[in-house]
Design a protein around this ligand. Structure first.
Ligand SMILES: CC(C)(COP(=O)(O)OP(=O)(O)OC[C@H]1O[C@@H](n2cnc3c(N)ncnc32)[C@H](O)[C@@H]1OP(=O)(O)O)[C@@H](O)C(=O)NCCC(=O)NCCS
Length: 172
């Protein structure tokens, strides 16, 4: 399944054949430092296999591989919430470091946000970057998200306390 097929990148379902490229690019401290601990460092083949089998049978698809030059070089997921939060979905993403700074992720986020609003019965999509993650905040702004809230000292990562920021995109 493919939701975007441009000259710059493709957005498509992850497959078991992506394991090598997943581990090659995800095994990076500069990515892991901005992610929750579910995204480990080092990132091993076992971590990659667990991730791919966890999402393999998702319906509708919630996690997409970002493919460039025939390789899966990043990931983006959109996760509808439960209970009283059911009208919200959370978005999370990462990109291989060698592709940073080319404006890829703002476009990826906009494509997956459009998919999310078409596919799920939600009114808004949110993302929760750490306060020191200026690149992700910049990306969210470029993708049409607005800063909504700061939760002080919500994050403890690698021995450091940080605030958590909430960015939101409404269905408009
Ligand atoms: C955040 C991330 C997805 C950005 O993707 P991207 O495709 O590089 O986004 P952009 O090209 O729009 O660059 C965003 C900002 O990163 C900074 N940047 C650009 N090139 C960079 C580079 N080579 N190295 C570090 N930062 C760079 C710039 O400040 C840029 O903003 P600008 O366009 O106003 O100059 C990517 O850096 C990443 O995967 N980071 C680690 C994981 C992460 O933070 N995930 C999100 C958790 S909330």
């Amino acid at each position: 399944m493919k939701i975007y097929d441009g000259a710059d990148f493709k957005l498509r379902k992850w497959s078991g054949a992506d394991l090598d490229s997943l581990v090659k690019y995800a095994d990076n401290r500069n990515i892991a430092k901005w992610m929750t601990n579910k995204f480990p460092h080092p990132y091993t083949r076992e971590d990659g296999e667990a991730f791919l089998s966890l999402i393999a049978n998702d319906h509708p698809v919630k996690v997409f591989a970002i493919e460039i030059a025939g390789e899966a070089v990043g990931s983006i997921g959109i996760f509808p919430q439960a209970d009283v939060h059911e009208k919200n979905a959370e978005m999370g993403y990462w990109l291989a470091e060698e592709y940073w700074g080319r404006g890829i992720m703002p476009k990826v986020i906009q494509e997956v946000a459009a998919y999310g609003f078409q596919t799920f019965d939600i009114v808004q999509i949110f993302a929760r970057p750490f306060s020191s993650n200026l690149n992700s905040q910049r990306v969210l702004e470029k993708a049409g998200f607005t800063f909504e809230a700061r939760i002080k000292n919500a994050i403890f990562k690698n021995g450091e306390m940080m605030d958590e920021l909430i960015y939101v995109k409404h269905n408009d």
